[in-house]
Design a protein around this ligand. Structure first.
Ligand SMILES: Cc1cc2nc3c(=O)[nH]c(=O)nc-3n(C[C@H](O)[C@H](O)[C@H](O)COP(=O)(O)OP(=O)(O)OC[C@H]3O[C@@H](n4cnc5c(N)ncnc54)[C@H](O)[C@@H]3O)c2cc1C
Length: 454
């Protein structure tokens, strides 16, 4: 796999002995990564008759939603005046319903020129387990994908490592939902990864001891002003424009840190840089605790109650697919005959500086995402769903949010199940049939697909 290069000097190579790796699994659909996209993909594939294995390197599901922890699920809505319209349904709608029943979601909530669904991360972990259990999906936890098996240009399986050693899983279709495109990279797919251009990562955390009634009245603009005052008073905050969501009385989730070195993001494929980034993110928390206590009403007695298990990576590899989603598509209501999802999320770019760049879509509009962004160029047997799918840096800044990743995952699950059932290559499946099935599952594919299909 191409590496980002280490800051350590090159001190030679070792030759590893050849070895035989046991094939532990042989399934129709192998989903690697149990985040937003992977969870949806596995559920969707199994509900369409496939034998599915889901492999995740942590001990729980949800990915960024639960291991980084977010404040809200974004990408479900477009707004027009007072109206909030849903542009993502299917699996994400089911998940939200279940979260609401479990007391772990309340919304939608309007903010800036959009709306999102605040949720509680621990509840999402529990709900994800319930869904997987109900669907009878086999899951391997604490296993990391470290390589692929290939048959010519076709990916035929994945090599994993867990505490017991190495093992392999064969599959008719592999769905790469690792967020970072690990499987695609192992398979030799082309991808874009430019450390100079990446969005900056963020360490997420929660304050407890907050007077949430007072704090919830603070707008994003007021928060920005208050934190700018903290900067004037000498607290060197890297970011002053951020979001806060209260999942429970007394608790506030903060998306406010920004990790960069001399204005440049760390190289997120390099473990040394990642180690620095993780510790730098945590170092910033003490600074924000002081700033909030002194300058933001309702936070006078706040304290850090929880920190995400890892730093939040917004962007890393974007795998080159049969279609490359561009900014023009996002901002100009792109329509595709092979649409498998829609999004209305703005371009939200976190780069150097204390502010965030937002470019909103026209009110009430959305763009479609085509099936082809999940097909890595020149590779068979592999779909890439979620934030590592095929998009330019700017387009990715919109399509990377959780609801859109779930919609992609759901579509990938249906497509993989169909390919397996019909014994067809992914590029030969009937995309109209996939769309019809997605509509039956409650997905929103945009008006022209619904009218054509129903
Ligand atoms: C700081 C931050 C704030 C954000 N805020 C929001 C927000 O408020 N709302 C919103 O909707 N979106 C937000 N996003 C974006 C969004 O959360 C993610 O882009 C989206 O959830 C990605 O989903 P995914 O399934 O593609 O990948 P991930 O959520 O990254 O899931 C990938 C999964 O694969 C597993 N994995 C990775 N590599 C391997 C491997 N080699 N072997 C086995 N398993 C592996 C990981 O452990 C993980 O569970 C934010 C992102 C960040 C970083």
């Amino acid at each position: 796999m191409p590496s980002a290069g280490s800051s350590q000097p090159d001190i030679g190579f070792v030759t590893e002995p050849a070895r035989q790796t046991p094939v532990r699994e042989d399934v129709d659909v192998l989903v690697v990564g149990g985040g937003a996209a992977g969870l949806a993909a596995a559920v969707s594939a199994v509900r369409n008759g496939a034998r599915v294995l889901l492999v995740e390197r942590y001990g729980f599901l949800g990915g960024t939603l639960t291991n980084v922890t977010l404040g809200s699920i974004c990408g479900m809505y477009t707004i027009d005046g007072d109206e909030i319209m849903q542009v993502a349904g299917g699996f994400v709608a089911e998940l939200v319903e279940r979260l609401k029943k479990a007391g772990g979601a309340n919304g939608p909530l309007r903010w800036l020129e959009t709306a999102s669904m605040p949720y509680d991360a621990p509840t999402l972990r529990l709900v994800a387990d319930e869904i997987i259990d109900e669907c009878g999906i086999r899951v391997s936890f604490h296993a990391a994908a470290v390589g692929v098996m290939k048959d010519g240009s076709r990916v035929s399986g994945v090599i994993f490592e867990d505490r017991a050693g190495r093992w392999a899983a064969r599959a008719r279709t592999v769905i790469d939902c690792t967020g970072n495109g690990d499987i695609a990279a192992h398979a030799g797919a082309a991808f874009e990864y430019d450390p100079a251009l990446l969005q900056a990562p963020t360490t997420m955390f929660r304050f407890a001891g907050v007077d949430t009634e007072r704090a919830s009245g603070i707008t994003r603009a007021e928060l920005h002003d208050r934190l700018e005052r903290a900067v004037e008073a000498g607290l060197q905050l890297p970011r002053t424009a951020g979001g806060m969501f209260s999942p429970r009385p007394g608790v506030m989730h903060l998306n406010i840190t920004r990790v960069s070195r001399d204005g440049a993001p760390p190289d997120l494929l390099d473990s040394d840089d990642l180690a620095w980034a993780e510790m730098e993110g945590r170092r910033q928390l003490a600074l924000y605790e002081q700033a909030f206590r002194r300058f933001v009403p309702g936070f006078e007695d706040c304290y850090i109650a929880d920190i995400g298990a890892e730093i939040g990576i917004r962007e890393s590899r974007r795998v080159r697919g049969d279609y490359w989603l561009e900014l023009n598509d996002v901002l100009n209501e792109a329509r595709f005959d092979d649409a498998i999802a829609c999004s209305a999320w703005p371009v939200e770019e976190h780069s150097a500086g204390r502010a965030t760049r937002w470019v909103f879509l026209k009110p009430g509009t959305y763009y479609q995402l085509p099936f082809r962004i999940m097909l890595p160029r020149g590779i068979e047997g592999l779909l890439v769903a979620g934030r590592c799918a095929s998009a330019s840096h700017d387009a990715h800044a919109s399509m990377r949010v959780a609801a859109t990743c779930m919609a992609m995952g759901e579509a990938a699950g249906v497509a993989a199940a169909f390919a397996s059932r019909e014994r067809l290559a992914l590029r030969d499946i009937d995309v109209a049939a996939v769309q019809a099935r997605l509509l039956e599952q409650g997905a929103f594919l945009g008006n022209h697909i619904s009218e054509r299909t129903l």
